[in-house]
Design a protein around this ligand. Sequence first.
Ligand SMILES: Cc1cc2nc3c(=O)[nH]c(=O)nc-3n(C[C@H](O)[C@H](O)[C@H](O)COP(=O)(O)OP(=O)(O)OC[C@H]3O[C@@H](n4cnc5c(N)ncnc54)[C@H](O)[C@@H]3O)c2cc1C
Length: 468
Amino acid sequence: MDDLTVSLSGIVGLENVLTGPGELDRYSADALTPYRAYYADAAFDRLADIVVRPANTEQVSQVVAMAQRLGVPVIPYGGGTGVMGGILPVRGGIILDLGRLNRVVRIDPVSQTAEAEPGVILQDLYDALEPHGLMPGHDPYSVPIASVAGTISTNGVGYRAAAFGPMGDQVVALQVVLPDGRIIETRPVPKQSSGPNLNHLFIGSEGTFGVITRATLRVFRKPEAAEFATVEFADFEAGFGAVSEIAALGIRPTLLDLTEDSEGVLLHLLFEGYREGVDAAMRRTMSVCDAAGGWNAGPEPTLSYWKHRHDSALNYRQTALGRPREERWQRQWGRTFDYLHMSLPADLVLEYRRRADRMLEARKIKVVEYCLWSRPEFFSMLVVPDGDRRVVGRDGYDPHVRANLAAGVDEVLTLAQDMGGIMEYCHGVGIKLNHLLGRELGVNRDALLDIKRALDPAGIMNPGKLTL
Ligand SMILES: Cc1cc2nc3c(=O)[nH]c(=O)nc-3n(C[C@H](O)[C@H](O)[C@H](O)COP(=O)(O)OP(=O)(O)OC[C@H]3O[C@@H](n4cnc5c(N)ncnc54)[C@H](O)[C@@H]3O)c2cc1C
């Protein structure tokens, strides 16, 4: 046994230190496959040196303090379901699996908050809240597999974000182990005017500034009324007009999803809350859609969409989660695609789409789905190579097709940046988008680096991520 294993065993117990090659392999990748990590292939060559499974905040603090002294990287690991390679140990080191910190500690129906440990899987939070007549505000596809702290650290977006916002908006207070082992706590009140709110240093930070060891989250009373609606539009522009008007009026359906695919353009809506509010919001929204040229397609398409919203994650849990990396990657063979989630000022979204369409068309890349998810500013495209799809090469596809897809993706992501927007609103940066983050941050990156150096002098917290 080497010195690191001995020291870590002294903190968490030998049975919670994993060093077997199989274990290191499966912990050293998330749901990102090498195929889609166009400019970061090399990141997959490195495995973690060791996996540690602490049981409480104190143990996390001791592990992190020791790593800071030794200059060994620490990578917090939640559900391992990220799609950008956020948990890849690009410089080796310790994978810190928070899965044993999995208790919902407190549910407070009066404050409408729940206090949870970082490794609680979202489905378990839903189940714990259910008997209290409560529910969380974050409802991504990955409810059955993603963790509380992982979703905070990527600031994920889900199906109820139109009303409740992304996961970061659910955070009331955090307990965090800083990179030197100190434990800090923010206070469980909805806002403060007593200095900056430190929660924001950790929301969307992909584990680069510390380890979240507890979170107090906003939770919501289960709605007394719920109404589903579907509206069909002749084109995306008409649907966009309706979505903008709904947002401007201040109507907040819980679900708002405008999707254009080969079947047409559909707006999926769900209104939840108290009866009178739901009825009024639904009536006014339908008249806005009618004025924008939409026609009512009834509740059924959205009901079915809602019922199946977690299917991809259930399938992922069954066929991929915890399996060896190569097995997980093979699952993707023959499925060449990319899913892009840009955010732009609302007035530029349609112009952005026109310009991105031209760029992708020139490269023979086909957009099979356009989507606005929860707000007019959140614009997504599902893209696939159009044309030559010969099955050759390691990942089952022609490397030229991959290189062309990679170039096309970068062109449209940088276009979003150049038009004043951002390249990703949902999944984080990880290793996949690291090469484009510097140009998006500009001088802001210097400020982030200064904070990073002050808090993490040895640079141990998830090094190489967010360009830090
Ligand atoms: C089938 C499927 C569907 C998905 N659907 C959605 C969706 O609808 N919306 C969406 O936003 N995402 C979705 N995702 C992506 C993924 O579920 C999210 O990015 C999720 O937020 C990651 O959570 P996790 O617990 O798996 O985090 P991980 O992958 O374990 O980690 C993500 C990042 O957070 C950091 N981190 C983890 N725990 C901590 C901690 N305690 N302290 C500090 N940093 C930490 C990690 O270091 C890493 O950088 C989907 C993924 C899959 C596979």
